[in-house]
Design a binder for this molecule. Structure first.
Ligand code: PRT
Ligand code: ZN
Length: 289
């Protein structure tokens, strides 16, 4: 790689919940990082990309300032920091929701429940917007960690925090009352990038898209008696149409297709009913359409 070449600067979380998935996504996009422990920065070995390892809270600011061109960060952080960055693509990992949670013996009817209450949260901006939108007067008490213990120690009446499995709330005698934001990791970019950097982003986006599509689809192969082929082909979508190859055994064919993960079990049942046998389902690594 020559030294004058334009490099895209990507900010990812240094350690924490998004780190591994961020590195994995890059790897699936064919981008390997020479990641030494405790490094602030690393070069990609086979793509004009430089990776900065940062606290997730700092990523929107770095991208706004142009210290990094793009970043992988939770939407929750993007909305809370409210910096001038563009959300380009959802990345499919780091999924969670920002929710109001109340003590488990209380009854939440709607947001009016929050009237005159004290809400502990690390997301004062998002919660403030939510309350303003609903016209509710409540007090926001900002704390940076262990938000879930606030009601138990009398620091607040309710909380607003990130939830994924819900077990943290449960263990603290709380229950989820209302989701105020669905979140996942997103790719953000600086809003004033030069054309050569935009072109590199397009290249990465194309790869991310292929990886995401592949994850949502499976390759399916099965044997089918020729007299049932029409019925079976009707059931299968395929990228254009299913592939049908003759088997060595007379009167039988092998049928190949691509199916969506969500339709998977329904589809298998119908195929079996229609006479398909020896069904194999295999993961797809990349999918370019
Ligand atoms: O050091 P740095 O500032 O970079 O990291 P951090 O400690 O601020 O963030 P980190 O690593 O905890 O989370 C990074 C991002 O992961 C968040 O901004 C979200 O976008 C995403 N994410 C996904 C989550 C969760 N799921 C999650 N469950 N972030 C935090 N949690 C916490 C939540 O705050 C609560 O304490 O997990 C607990 C609840 O989990 P359940 O499974 O018990 O419901
Ligand atoms: Zn953080």
């Amino acid at each position: 790689m020559n030294n004058n070449e334009v490099k895209l600067k990507l900010a990812i979380q240094k350690s924490g919940r998004l780190y591994e998935d961020s590195i994995r996504l890059l790897k699936e996009c064919g981008i390997d990082i020479s990641n030494g422990v405790n490094k602030l920065k690393a070069d990609a070995m086979n793509f004009p990309l430089e990776v900065f390892f940062l606290r997730d809270d700092d990523i929107p600011q770095y991208v706004e300032d142009g210290v990094a061109d793009i970043g992988f960060v939770g939407e929750n952080v993007v909305f809370e920091k409210n910096k001038k960055v563009a959300i380009v693509e959802k990345l499919g990992f780091g999924k969670c929701r920002l929710s109001i949670a109340i003590k488990k013996n209380e009854n939440y009817t709607d947001a009016n429940f929050l009237h005159q209450k004290k809400i502990a949260t690390s997301y004062p901006v998002i919660v403030g917007n939510f309350l303003a939108e609903k016209g509710i007067d409540a007090e926001i008490h900002e704390i940076s960690g262990s938000v879930e213990i606030a009601p138990g120690i009398g620091l607040a009446d309710v909380i607003c925090d990130l939830v994924s499995s819900g077990s943290t709330l449960f263990m603290n005698g709380l229950k989820e009352a209302e989701v105020i934001l669905q979140s996942q990791a997103v790719l953000v970019k600086n809003t004033q990038l030069a054309a050569d950097k935009e072109a590199l982003i397009q290249k990465i986006l194309f790869r991310i898209d292929s990886v995401k599509k592949a994850k949502n689809n499976k390759y399916i192969l099965m044997n089918a008696p020729n007299d049932k082929l029409d019925e079976i082909i009707q059931l299968l979508p395929g990228m254009k149409s299913p592939t049908v190859l003759p088997l060595a055994k007379k009167g039988w064919s092998s049928v190949h297709s691509v199916i969506n993960e969500n339709d998977f079990w329904d589809m298998i049942e119908q195929l079996k009913k229609a006479g398909a046998e020896g069904i194999l389902v295999v993961p797809i690594e990349k999918m370019i359409v």
